[in-house]
Design a protein around this ligand. Sequence first.
Ligand SMILES: *Cc1c(COP(=O)(O)O)cnc(C)c1O
Length: 360
Amino acid sequence: MGRVYNFSAGPAQLPVSVLERAQEELLSYQEKGMSVMEMSHRSSDFKKIIERTEELIRELMEIPETYRVLFIQGGASLQFSMVPLNLLKDGGHAYYVNTGSWSKKALSEAKKIGEAKILASSDDQNFTYIPELDLQQINEQTDYVHITTNNTIEGTRFTKFPNTGHVPLVADASSNILSEQWDVSKFGLIYAGAQKNLGISGLTIVIIREDLIGHAKADIPTMLNYETYTKNNSLYNTPPTFAIYITMLLMEWLKEQGGVAAIEERNKEKANLLYKAIEDSKLFYSNVKREDRSLMNIPFMTDSDELNKLFVKEAEQEGLHQLKGHRSVGGMRASIYNAMPIEGVKALVDFMNEFERKHI
Ligand SMILES: *Cc1c(COP(=O)(O)O)cnc(C)c1O
């Protein structure tokens, strides 16, 4: 069977060349007579893989020397707990910007660990925009400010990042890391599950400024302390070796594409194609505020639940998969991460136009 265009929000489509390379090397990685899956995480071959992966991420994101790159399991969801466990101090508090389902989850986990408050929220309009932040509220007791750089479910993104001064800015960047150029030095900590723009599930990347490491409460579990990962180069226990290897391949692919600046241009081109199709349409619409639109996750819908269902069904017959919207938003959602080729977006737009002709 041929490959389809997979618009899933995650795990997401990978470039065919990455899958082919993994396939070629599946039985015997670089003539070693074994798969990466079977290799000791302490072997020199695997050490080269994890080091190369870190080097590529550092190069692509231009990560300053004062930051560490950690390889952790448990998904972005475990970071909802690890961040407050490591950064919240006695008597301190954290501020969360509530921009959607994932922010809400991050906030509720933080509340279990210490004091976590809402700095700003867009829940008054179903999270269809990014709220203004009143940074005056930040004070000496604020340990960090948490944002979700891209709201995977609602389809919004921060187009500029707040300047939180001496207070670290912490970002859940799961669904748009490496999709556009960022100045990493504006953040104290960035985390992202790998299954959207970094590879496959099982791996989470944490980029953390060195001075934020080593202040965790003394009694937290070893595996939840960032210091365990920094002291052991993410090899305290067995890391998700195959997932790290896939990230290495994907980062090599991204570099071949011209790096983040080049992929940003292509991502904008892809998103603009789809947004223009929605704007020009008399059938499809989007509720997201124009200035805050995501480049990665694009929800759209018609007024009829029946037509939405029919669209998703017929699209699948055309090889356009996983277009059903999240249940909290309804309608459709196209996730067009780095690995989605422009041809996939063009095929979707063509199908939308054809569907509209038939049903309006
Ligand atoms: C997918 C996603 C998560 C959850 O990631 P897991 O790795 O499944 O825990 C969290 N935050 C955002 C913004 C996401 O897109």
